[in-house]
Design a protein around this ligand. Structure first.
Ligand SMILES: Nc1nc2c(ncn2[C@@H]2O[C@H](COP(=O)(O)OP(=O)(O)OP(=O)(O)O)[C@@H](O)[C@H]2O)c(=O)[nH]1
Ligand SMILES: [Mg+2]
Length: 334
């Protein structure tokens, strides 16, 4: 399987004909899983066809509501995502699931586990599941995520679940791309403090206290309530962050969780906050594209003759470093 995948990847790196790009986008927009998957690979690999693809997708924004799931390892993100998929499907909603690992180049184990958990949905045309790891490019997945979300929205999914694997700032950043961010906590993980440390409390639109079947769940809810009450930034907000208890193993609490997500979605529309988040996502997307372009040009510049010529001039005292740098910067941005 790995071999087939990697030769497929090599093929993807070659440019496609314009007509083929058009057909691929058309197929993906009908929700055809293979076309969606192919587009996501192109996004992930940052292939030269991306500008064409993104231009075509602009006319088809879709209407997906992006729900981010984040929280410490083992808190139950994947199990909860699977439950949310089921809850959405019972309402007739089409769901895309994007599991991203912003921190590690490969997390084959976790992703394999997720596949097994998602197995009950594999025969369902209304569900699309995809994992992205960073393949060793620093910041690679975070860069690709806004565009991957665009693809899934264009493909007509009503809801996209964005699950982050791994912890840290990049995870918070990825969660920040969602319309509604769920922060999961569970008893017994010392989670309240961990979440506060990782900056997760700030990004939460809904708190999910999972593993409600375990002792200590109500204690976590109480701690959260206290923390929320003491947070001055929260007091000024219109949105009162709900706390929903779930038991992912016995599928309990998901009706209530979907209701909370619905209410938040209504809040986003009513207050203009939704628009602000779309702008924030566009900023992240632009930032990623500009950064990649500058990185590429900088790499070319460093390897070029101009650079060594300027370095010699500085070394021999014919030019000061700042003037030389100015000239190089001019040529970089031209
Ligand atoms: N008792 C109990 N166990 C749960 C519950 N939810 C998840 N688990 C178990 O907790 C373990 C971790 O669940 P995952 O869904 O893989 O957690 P995760 O947050 O996706 O983990 P990572 O992807 O490694 O960060 C699994 O063994 C689950 O079966 C729950 O509500 N109650
Ligand atoms: Mg997981």
């Amino acid at each position: 399987v790995t071999q087939v995948q990697s030769s497929g990847r090599a093929a993807l790196r070659r440019s496609l004909r314009t007509a083929d790009v058009g057909r691929l986008v058309d197929d993906a927009c009908t929700g055809e899983a293979r076309a969606v998957s192919r587009l996501l690979s192109l996004v992930e690999d940052g292939t030269p066809d991306l500008p064409k693809i993104m231009a075509l997708l602009t006319a088809r924004p879709g209407h997906a509501h992006v729900v981010g799931l984040t929280g410490s390892p083992g808190v139950g993100k994947s199990t909860s995502a699977s439950n949310l998929v089921a809850a959405c499907r019972s309402r007739g909603l089409r769901v895309g699931v994007l599991a991203v690992d912003p921190s590690s180049p490969l997390s084959g184990g976790a992703l394999l586990g997720d596949r097994i958990r998602m197995q009950e949905h594999t025969d369902d045309d209304g569900v699309f599941m995809r994992s992205m790891a960073s393949r060793g490019h620093l910041g690679g997945v975070s860069r690709a995520t806004p565009q991957a979300l665009r693809v899934l929205s264009a493909a007509g999914f009503d809801v996209v679940l964005l699950e982050t694997v791994g912890v840290g700032q990049s995870e918070v950043a990825v969660a920040g791309l969602a319309d509604t961010t769920l922060v999961l906590l569970a008893p017994g993980l010392g989670d309240g403090i961990q979440a506060a440390k990782a900056g997760l409390l700030e990004v939460a639109d809904v708190f999910v206290v999972n593993k409600a079947d375990r002792p200590g769940a109500d204690q976590v809810v109480r701690e959260l309530r206290n923390m929320l009450a003491m947070d001055p930034a929260r007091r000024e907000r219109v949105w009162r962050t709900p706390i929903v208890k779930t038991n992912a193993v016995d599928h309990e609490g998901y009706g209530e969780l979907l209701e909370a997500i619905d209410r938040h979605s209504g809040h986003l529309r009513a207050t203009g906050e939704g628009e602000r988040r779309r702008i924030r996502r566009a900023e992240a997307e632009l930032d990623a594209i500009v950064t990649s372009a500058v990185d590429r040009r900088l790499a070319r510049l460093r390897a070029g003759e101009d650079f060594s010529r300027h370095a010699s001039a500085v070394a021999t005292g014919n030019c000061d470093a700042y003037s030389a740098a100015e000239r190089l910067l001019d040529s970089l941005l031209r």
